[in-house]
Design a protein around this ligand. Structure first.
Ligand code: GLP
Length: 246
């Protein structure tokens, strides 16, 4: 696991967007798996700008969602579906047939998970997976205690996730389950990028880098990934041992 620290979140976003843009330029049919939330927001905005300025061809890009709130309709502004359409799929003009997102309203969650896992397998695996980090160390909705042998799966949400998750919704929203790519997909991704910024992420980033590797803090498992990169701003890196920064 490599850690890179940037002076500001703007510079962190630009650097992350540049990596994704270069990947798409090199391999136009790249399969990306995308987180939502505050962490990748600036990166997607920068990427859209780069794609437009440099006329990068996204017509063959394959887009997979990282996770979704179960029971939340796609037109709810707090849904991952809505976020990705607003901030990535729409602005980049990605076609419907290039996109695979979880249906949080599915009555058959296990079928939905199999459909996702099969779609990724059919695409030849994920080239680049962009993830954020929950305040409890979750990756996607792989909550503390998760079974790392799972591919896509539905999961009961941790209390911290239900509370913190309210920030995405316009009014109080009961949240109970999530549907997510599992750690098998995380480990299989050829490149894994974790984005975090701001002081509130400093403690969990410190634990991710230094706590014992295990499911109590799922993000620690990224230290076992063959090609993972953590991109931070100074604030999120604030509790890291100096020897871990570069
Ligand atoms: C959310 C999402 C994750 C996201 C993480 C961090 O609940 N399920 O995919 O990466 O928690 O969110 P944020 O970037 O808003 O801090």
């Amino acid at each position: 696991m490599k850690i890179k620290v940037y002076p500001t979140s703007e510079l962190q976003s630009k650097a992350a967007a540049q990596i994704i843009a270069d990947q798409i330029r090199t391999k136009p049919d790249t399969a990306v798996c995308l987180a939502t939330g505050d962490s990748p927001f600036g990166t997607y905005r920068e990427l859209v700008r780069m794609v437009k300025d440099s006329h990068i061809d996204c017509s063959r890009l394959r887009v997979f969602g990282l996770d979704e709130w179960v029971g939340i309709p796609p037109d709810n502004t707090g849904s991952c579906h809505h976020y990705l359409h607003e901030n990535f799929i729409g602005p980049l003009g990605i076609g419907h047939d290039q996109v695979h997102l979880f249906d949080g309203l599915s009555k058959d969650l296990s079928g939905e998970c199999s459909r996702m896992t099969e779609a990724i397998r059919h695409a030849g695996g994920i080239d680049i997976m962009i993830v954020g980090i929950g305040m409890n160390g979750h990756i996607g909705f792989n909550e503390p205690g998760v079974d790392v042998n799972l591919w896509a799966h539905a999961i009961e949400l941790d209390e911290i996730t239900k509370t913190v998750g309210q920030k995405y919704f316009q009014s109080a929203t009961p949240l109970s389950k999530g549907i997510t790519q599992g750690f098998q997909q995380v480990f299989a991704a050829r490149t894994l990028m974790l984005l975090a910024h701001g002081k509130k992420k400093a403690s969990i980033i410190h634990q991710t880098a230094e706590a014992p590797i295990g499911i109590a803090i799922p993000s620690t498992l990224l230290r076992q990934h063959k090609n993972s990169l953590i991109m931070l701003d100074e604030e999120a890196a604030g509790e890291l041992a100096p020897s871990l920064r570069n």
